[in-house]
Design a protein around this ligand. Structure first.
Ligand code: NAI
Length: 297
């Protein structure tokens, strides 16, 4: 590991959705100068409000019964953050650009190819993609050595892990800078090569799919599988509760991509039951029903 990597101070995050706003929050809270970019003023206003709300939860734990300290902390974190709609302008002074936009290769490539022309040569690019090969996204740029993956977990302020991904072209300096950034925002980092699902999803998605297949074969009910895995394996959630929480469409999207890439891998095979539920709009907690019914808010 090289020690010559410059520490990352200025970060631009493209995409202010669920993941982008969470990454922005932890980066700003750890003293980085953060710019967040999204497509419209309306979207970034929403993101700003959601970051402030999330910080409100943080300060209640951090400074219970001290509303002055709570307000000072929120104001300090927010002072490290700016939000805007011009991605090109936002990368001009960035040490690191983290992309957290829609999970679509073509859209990500168009974005990175335009940013590549505008960002300084030292700027490192990273994607937070869950399922697209980093090398495919990086191919839209001329900085393959300064490109890697930073895979955060939802909800970012709570989940303690970041998977740091390297392609064969990622330089040691880049990898070391990405790892240091992950630690600087308070996460534990693990290293992984650019393989489907990296570590967590590579194990988790086939596990959830096999749970669904087990139910499809009529061997047990979702409720009994969940009870078994919670009480027998010590997992905090069973695979069906987890699938409903993650979103059945998200699980299907990931498995579809893997089936296409490795059609003969039995771990990546399709499930009729999952496909049927998604086709019926039963997507889990967010749609009010998945494997289980939920009270719609
Ligand atoms: P999201 O849908 O909540 O947010 C995406 C945001 O990107 C939206 O606000 C959208 O307006 C914006 N956007 C789309 N195209 C853009 C463009 N060209 N320029 C600027 N902004 C643009 O999505 P989410 O869940 O935050 O996911 C983002 C990325 O993070 C995806 O690649 C996803 O695979 C990955 N990811 C998602 C996780 C999750 O649990 N949701 C976990 C880990 C990674």
């Amino acid at each position: 590991m090289s020690s010559s990597a410059q520490p990352i101070k200025t970060v631009t995050i493209i995409g202010s959705g669920l993941m982008g706003s969470g990454i922005a929050q932890v980066a700003a809270a750890s003293g980085h100068k953060v710019t967040v970019v999204d497509q419209s003023q309306e979207i970034i206003d929403k993101a700003s409000a959601s970051i402030q709300k999330s910080l409100g939860r943080v300060v209640k734990k951090k400074f219970p019964d001290d509303s002055k300290a709570q307000q000072t902390y929120i104001a300090d974190v927010m002072s490290h953050l700016s939000l805007q709609t011009d991605a090109v302008a936002a990368v001009k002074s960035a040490d690191l650009v983290i992309e957290a936009i829609v999970e679509n290769l073509d859209v990500k490539k168009i974005l990175f190819s335009s940013l590549d022309k505008e960002a300084p040569s030292h700027t490192i690019f990273a994607s937070n993609t869950s399922s697209i090969p980093i090398k495919d996204i990086a191919s839209s740029t001329s900085r393959l050595d300064r490109f890697g993956g930073l895979h955060f977990f939802n909800p970012v302020p709570v989940m303690k892990l970041v998977e740091v991904i390297r392609t064969p072209e990622t330089s040691d300096e880049t990898f070391s800078a990405l790892e240091s950034f992950g630690k600087a925002v308070g996460k534990t980092t693990v290293q992984c090569k650019d393989t489907p699902g990296f570590i967590v999803n590579r194990l988790l998605v086939p596990y959830m799919m096999e749970a669904i297949r087990l139910v499809e074969r009529g061997e047990a009910t979702p409720r009994d599988v969940d009870t078994a895995m919670k009480l027998g394996a010590g997992y905090p959630m069973g695979p069906f509760e987890l699938s409903d929480y993650v979103g059945l469409d998200t699980t299907k999207f990931i498995i579809d991509g893997w089936t296409e890439r490795e059609p003969n891998n039995p771990l990546f095979s399709q499930s009729e039951l999952l496909n049927k539920l998604v086709a019926e709009g039963k997507l889990g907690v967010k749609s009010g029903e998945g494997f289980y019914p939920y009270n719609k808010k």
